[in-house]
Design a protein around this ligand. Structure first.
Ligand SMILES: NC(=O)c1ccc[n+]([C@@H]2O[C@H](COP(=O)([O-])OP(=O)(O)OC[C@H]3O[C@@H](n4cnc5c(N)ncnc54)[C@H](O)[C@@H]3O)[C@@H](O)[C@H]2O)c1
Length: 371
């Protein structure tokens, strides 16, 4: 198969669909890889690295879209991109179609077979192509909190790990899933005093065992949240209720009780945020202050570290991508987890949740694949 990697054109997106290391894997499977010039520059892989890996570097996105049987990307296609997709071609990338009728119409009109990273599943009921970005965001959240706690950034002027003879900072993590666990791991590593709240008891048991007393766990009730948040130096918002907006767990009243200069990092901002006072920010201007509390609410945190994020994403996408390249649509038909990733095929919506949220007809993937 001929696999194409265009340069991402969404603002401030520096990640890349295939790293040079992944290119070598596709070549080893007998495929050809076309990469648009500059596609990897933003994450530290300039064209010569792709050439050394065996890719053919071409001058324009149009050449990639015209020649490739499968397009591997990171972000959802922009209008100029989906206009170049066609029937018989596979698109493998993040799509997030439910809130995006325009893109959905564009993909349907193109006839392309679109596999969304975010709906590919695994045997444990997880979302393996979403998890790496949650890992990145979780770990980054503590870096963001530590930086925001510095005086010049508007924070308390506190070092999270403390020093001998001085107490460390207190980090409260709300939600002990992928983001929360990775945040807690970094905070524990810094030597902070860490509490994780979740409302899943089985999850709290796992976390208790995992952290072996280096982080405390607490069942998430209003009372527990209030008690912990009010004394925190940094609060990380990491809850997720699948398919719903994030619950507003920290109210403005609770915020007023917090210490002046304390920090909140609302990682769940991409689902609306779990602090009443959160609003989405960008890397260019990541924080703002409400009632003396520094808010960091960047909606695409992994974008700050495109190098790590590209490698992490590729590690997760590579096995499915190779299966698609090796077996074409047969890989989708035979692999239930990849079939769950199929969102659009030959103009039909093949993901029930996407169809429902956009009020469009749903075609079962098995039926669509016979078209
Ligand atoms: N801002 C970013 O750049 C970025 C990047 C990656 C992920 N995210 C977001 O981070 C959030 C968390 O993602 P995740 O992968 O960790 O999800 P996850 O499903 O692994 O974990 C969510 C956890 O929240 C818990 N939870 C639900 N309701 C709760 C409540 N009321 N109190 C306490 N805990 C509660 C769940 O039990 C679960 O353990 C999501 O909204 C995700 O979209 C944001």
């Amino acid at each position: 198969m001929r696999v194409g990697v265009p340069k991402e054109i969404k603002a401030n997106e520096n990640r890349v669909g295939l790293t040079p290391g992944s290119v070598r894997e596709y070549l080893a499977h007998g495929h050809e890889v076309l990469v648009e010039t500059g596609a990897g520059t933003g994450m530290g892989a300039p064209d010569p690295m792709y050439e050394a890996a065996g890719a053919r570097v071409v001058g324009t996105a149009a050449e990639v879209f015209a020649a490739a049987d499968m397009i591997v990307k990171v972000k959802e296609p922009q209008p100029a991109e989906y206009a170049q997709l066609r029937e018989g071609q596979i698109l493998y990338t993040y799509l997030h179609l439910a809130p995006d009728p325009e893109q959905t119409r564009g993909l349907m009109a193109s006839g392309v077979t679109a596999i969304a990273y975010e709906t590919v599943t695994d045997d444990d009921g997880g979302l393996p192509l979403l998890a790496p970005m949650s890992e990145v965001a979780g770990r980054l959240s503590i870096q963001a909190a530590a930086h925001s706690l510095e005086k010049h950034a508007g924070g308390l002027g506190l070092l999270l790990g403390g020093v001998p003879g001085v107490k460390p900072g207190k980090v409260v993590v709300i939600g002990g899933g992928v983001v929360g666990t990775n945040a807690a791991r970094m905070a524990v590593g810094l030597g902070a005093d860490v509490v994780i709240l979740d409302r899943s008891l089985p999850r709290l048991r796992e976390l208790d065992e995992h952290f072996d007393h280096r982080a405390m766990t607490r069942y998430s009730t209003r009372e527990a949240l209030e008690e912990e948040v009010i004394v925190a130096d940094a609060v990380i918002g990491a809850v997720l209720v699948p398919g719903a907006a994030a619950p507003k767990l920290v109210t403005r009243d609770m915020l007023r009780e917090m210490k002046d200069g304390a920090v909140i990092v609302d990682v769940a901002i991409d689902q609306g945020g779990c602090f009443e006072t959160s609003k989405a920010t960008t890397h260019a201007n990541p924080t703002y202050v409400v009632d003396g509390i520094v808010h960091y609410c960047v909606a695409n945190m992994p974008g700050a570290v495109p190098r790590t994020s590209s490698f992490a994403l590729n590690n997760a996408t590579l096995p499915f991508g190779l299966a698609l390249a090796d077996e074409g649509l047969g890989a989708v038909a035979r692999r239930p987890h990849l079939k769950n990733g199929l969102n659009v095929h030959k103009g039909r919506i093949t993901n029930a949740a996407v169809a429902e949220s956009l009020g469009l007809a749903f075609t079962h993937p098995d039926e669509a694949l016979l078209l």
